[in-house]
Ligand binder design. Structure first.
Ligand code: UFG
Length: 337
């Protein structure tokens, strides 16, 4: 029996693949490489010393999914395959709704057809919207302010409704806070498309000289230093959260939601200063106005995941900035190198 990982060549998918292979699970990866590279596959083999089946294609393609479910003996799906750029989702909403929502529905229909009723889903803290206080708990009201956020909300809802309609389903929605860092081998990491939107890849590209300076979006928030506070979590901790969620999912029915965060908030300047001190580099930055849609503070309550899954994040902010920098310096041009 294998675990099917959609979007397995992506940033979080690839690190989760390493975690599952190291824990002795068999995996099958699916990816269309729309935001990832085929080079990831060799590197996953290099890190783990294991081979695994891979299928290139889209989860919107029913014939493709038929092929995968017919050839492979799948017991659970971890569903990462989705578009994730907030700004692009505002420009191209149909692209996001089609890929993320229709893709998920197509996948679920095939899972039902092949009687694979276990799914771990890649959701996001974006579903907490702009009005909840931190620490954020899973029972807080959800909302969205952009198409990307709406797709995550809807996908969670669809999965919850499917589980409610048929008690033989197991659904685990994982709400990630801000994943950063990379595998300590320096072989896999985040591959941003074009100029990064997110803070950490922007910092590493400034540090290596690809971008001139960091724009800090706002220093007048009600936070200790005025810059935005987020719950940065090492991608390897996130990967171990998936392993815990898989084990839970395989032994429980129904739908559950878990935050995957550290429970600690760090500001933009905390991240910059820690990055500089740990990696002995300078990050020139300029304070700009606030970015539309940003909130002052967002960090998780990780209590439910700790109590129910027995999981908690272990890595420090220093680990995160060091591993992000190693990935950037060993792969200045991403997987092209
Ligand atoms: N920031 C800057 N400069 C930049 C980029 C970001 O100052 O160039 C600041 C932001 O204003 C914010 C913080 O750094 O205060 C983090 O911003 P990110 O863009 O890295 O992350 P967000 O918290 O905005 O969003 C991320 C993911 C979303 C996800 C959300 C969940 O990008 O997909 O976390 O909380 F939904």
């Amino acid at each position: 029996m294998s675990i099917l990982i959609t979007g397995g060549a992506g940033y979080i998918g690839s690190h989760t693949t390493v975690e599952l292979l190291n824990a002795g699970f068999d995996v099958v990866l699916v990816d269309d490489f729309s935001n990832s590279s085929p080079a990831v596959l060799e590197r996953l083999e290099k890190i783990t010393g294991k081979k695994f089946p891979f299928y290139q294609g889209s989860i919107l393609d029913t014939e493709f999914l038929d092929k995968v479910f017919t050839k492979e003996d799948i017991e659970l799906v971890i569903h990462f395959a989705a578009f994730k750029a907030v700004g692009e989702s505002v420009q191209k909403p149909l692209k996001y709704y089609k890929n993320n929502i229709s893709g998920t529905i197509t996948l679920l229909e095939k899972m039902k057809e092949y009687d694979v009723k276990n799914i771990v889903f890649s959701s996001s803290a974006t579903v907490y919207g702009t009005n909840n206080p931190s620490p954020m708990t899973e029972d807080m009201p959800t909302s969205a302010i952009n198409p990307y956020g709406y797709t995550k909300l809807m996908m969670e809802q669809i999965l919850t409704d499917v589980a409610a309609s048929d008690p033989s389903w197991s659904v685990t929605n994982l709400r990630y806070f801000n994943p950063i860092g990379a595998h300590e081998s320096g072989l896999i990491g985040e591959l941003p498309n074009g100029i990064p939107n997110n803070l950490m890849p922007y910092i590493t590209q400034v540090a290596i000289g690809k971008l001139p300076e960091l724009n800090v979006f706002g220093d007048d928030y009600p936070t200790p230093d005025g810059t935005g506070v987020r719950d940065y979590i090492h991608v390897l901790d996130l990967a171990s959260g998936h392993l815990a969620a898989v084990k839970y999912n395989l032994s429980h029915k129904g739908a559950e939601i878990f935050n995957l965060g550290t429970g600690h908030g760090y500001s933009v300047l905390d991240l910059v200063k820690t990055f500089e001190a740990e990696n002995k580099v300078t990050i020139p930055y300029r304070i700009q106005g606030r970015r539309a849609g940003d909130i002052a503070t967002c960090y998780a309550s990780p209590e439910k995941a700790k109590e129910v899954l027995g999981w908690e994040a272990k890595k420090t902010l220093k680990d995160m900035v060091r591993d992000s920098w190693r990935w950037q310096t060993t792969n200045p041009n991403g997987y092209e190198d």
